[in-house]
Design a protein around this ligand. Structure first.
Ligand SMILES: [Zn+2]
Length: 216
């Protein structure tokens, strides 16, 4: 088992592109908000453990093992977020800091059991895809509702407008992340978008509100 510090390094290297190419230790130090000296010591340690390729002049890059480990941490983080929000009812704004701690405490075995208990969620409460146990990450093509053709239903993935009042209002019509929304009509002259609930009820919103819904 590797330390929480090592796990955070791997996650950060992955987040700033270190799965695909070498990144400089300076960039990593900035992303972690640490001094270059601290990061250099850790880079050597991660390389000794086979988690990164590290060449002093060329920078740092995840090995296959490092990348797999980073994706497992992301999987743990996102499944924990679903559990905190859906099962424990924690507000979405509070789950991330808790998951940052718990992601290091749960084993992959417990996470797989939790994944089963939660019925294999595909997305976390923020709308980010949860990597599968195999490490496969679902690719999605998320777009604002207003960039989709009218007359169809779409899966809601994320709200880009961080406005609890708006999302609570949408929820009263059953529009929450993971449910579908009907895009009935967009009147370009008035800017009014007509949405349709699962039960066929029509509601109207402004086009800026409609475009804050990312759907698949
Ligand atoms: Zn999070």
């Amino acid at each position: 088992m590797i330390s929480a510090t090592s796990e955070n390094y791997l996650k950060t290297i992955h987040a700033i592109g270190g799965s695909e190419h070498s990144i400089s230790l300076g960039a990593l130090a900035r992303a972690l908000n640490l001094t270059p000296g601290t990061v250099t010591t850790m880079a050597r340690q991660l390389a000794d453990n086979g988690l990164v390729h590290y060449l002093p002049r060329r920078g740092i890059r995840l090995t296959d093992l490092g990348r797999t480990t980073a994706i497992q941490i992301i999987r743990r983080h996102r499944i924990i977020e679903v559990f905190l929000a859906d099962t424990l009812g924690m507000p979405a704004s509070d789950i991330h800091p808790e998951a940052e701690i718990l992601e290091h405490a749960f084993s992959n075995h417990v996470i797989n059991l939790l994944d089963k208990f939660l019925d294999h969620p595909a997305f976390d409460p923020h709308g980010s895809p949860i990597p599968e146990a195999s490490g496969h990450i679902r690719t999605t093509s998320l777009k604002p509702l207003t960039q989709r053709p009218e007359g169809h239903r779409y899966l809601i993935h994320r709200f880009t407008r961080n406005d609890a009042e708006f999302t609570e209002w949408l929820a009263t019509f059953g529009f929450t992340i993971g449910t579908t929304i009907g895009f009935h009509k967009w009147d370009r002259i008035t800017g009014i978008v007509t949405l349709e609930t699962a039960g066929g009820r029509r509601i109207q919103v402004g086009e800026s509100a409609a475009s804050s819904l990312l759907v698949e």
